[in-house]
Design a protein around this ligand. Sequence first.
Ligand SMILES: [Zn+2]
Length: 284
Amino acid sequence: MKIIHQQQSLTVYQSALYMTNSIVIETPELVLIVDPNWLPQEVEKLRHHADWVLGDRELYVLFTHSDYDHIIGYGAFPTAKVIASRQLHNQPEQVKQAILEEIRQFDDDYYVVRPYPIVYPQVDIMIEEDGHVLEVGSTRLTFYLAPGHTNDGLITVVDPLGIVIAGDYLSDIEFPYMYHSSTEYMRTLLKADQIIKAHNPQLLIPGHGNVTADQLEMEQRRLTAEDYIVRMRQAVSNNDQIVMYSLIADCPFPRNMRRYHEHNKRLLEEEITFTKIHDSTLPL
Ligand SMILES: [Zn+2]
């Protein structure tokens, strides 16, 4: 597991798989780990990092959303206080079980043995609304609900460090993966703009891909994501395959990402059909 960014109180680790980022933040009052993932040795490294620096501080683990790759390391941190959205906590039991089953499937596929249990996060601090603030000493975490990719996402700002933890939004390598709703995804992108303007962050950390300290790039990533959704929606409603595939012509890892693009197509088709049935205009 390589370190892709390090400054005094922040380490961003990147998994060998899917460029997935795990974050360790150390402040005078707390140690916060975000989305510890993927492979057992990688999760163990994060565990060691936390154990090494913790001292008498409180350990928190934040989950940006419930996708299995993001909660896969939870069982290695049984004593941590867990922060996540109420929606993550409230997922129906069969959804929770399906997520855990994805972890077991992955582990069976690759003969992976984990020295910790595969369990769904027990949430201690539930985020229910935008602007929820958690203050621990001089550290201030501000949370924003971020549905669209999944229904249970969170964007978190850590001040005074000036860090935005974006979850699976604003990646430089992934176009929007819409499992939940394109309309909600657009709203979350709009919210991200407001968050960036309000907090003036120094660093943005996506769930997958590279961090950026450049606010112009943050804005560019947001516009690129919006543009993808608008064009894709248009192409799907016109059933224009050529435009549809031109949108991912230059994407990295095309053999994989094409599948997510096709999934977006199906979601948009369903949304468009639903909208037609309900005889209203297409929401943006
Ligand atoms: Zn992810």
